[in-house]
Design a protein around this ligand. Sequence first.
Ligand code: NAD
Length: 252
Amino acid sequence: MTKVAVNGAAGRMGRTVIETAADRDDVDVVVGFDVEGPDEVQGVPVVDADEAADALAEYDADVAVDFTVPEATLSLAEACREAGVGMVVGTTGFDEDGFAALDDTAEDVPLLKATNFARGVHALLRAIKEALPAVPDYDLELMETHHNGKIDAPSGTAKTMLETVQAERDVEPVYGREGHAPRDEDEIGVFARRAGDIRGEHELIAAGNDEVLSLSHHAEDRSVFAAGALDAAVWTENQDPGRYDFGNVIDQ
Ligand code: NAD
């Protein structure tokens, strides 16, 4: 049984992680952290994030799962380092300094980060890598759609898809188009839509030669991300310090 702490426990994903864990017998959420919201979520005590280092020790957590904002993740990283607790990071929107700080943390504790914990998205990334060599001259465009509360754009998953494309093709992203904006041969349009409570939709199209190839993923519920993050927490508990991604869990 992996004892999990949840950072951002009162948020959309934090709550879903706690709910999803309640139906599993391989994980136990022992404590949550947040800066606002209730003192407990589904019977799990939620303490102030400033007290995370002490609480990790007090509740004997094995792994901390984080779905917050980059500043909160980095502050939790300090606490995890102090307490010797591994991390699973789902938060997106880090800048270069943020990535460097996570690398630093991973020298002392195992740290698994994924922009998307849906297994289908991992399969989508593999499909993109596999498909692109067969359509070398086709125009590529990338679209993502999320709920109206999402802060960062384009989504972390869209960025990961873009990196996957760029590993295969020399294309430059163009973020939206307006006015006189003819398409360059070597560009990839990237579009972010925000509406309602859409969980997460991603699509890459490759068009040319009188055909359109569409590679897409649609998350139906946040529980898909929560389930993947909890699988990652169970896996991370037994790892040495270092940086890992969701591929390590799927390929185990
Ligand atoms: P949300 O706004 O609903 O929840 C974030 C929570 O973090 C809030 O409760 C907020 O109070 C809390 N928080 C803010 N500052 C904090 C701090 N200093 N310490 C502790 N908690 C703090 O957001 P969400 O929809 O749950 O998404 C959170 C993050 O997870 C976003 O970056 C989003 O892109 C990402 N996300 C990743 C995946 C994935 O599969 N990797 C899936 C969904 C969302």
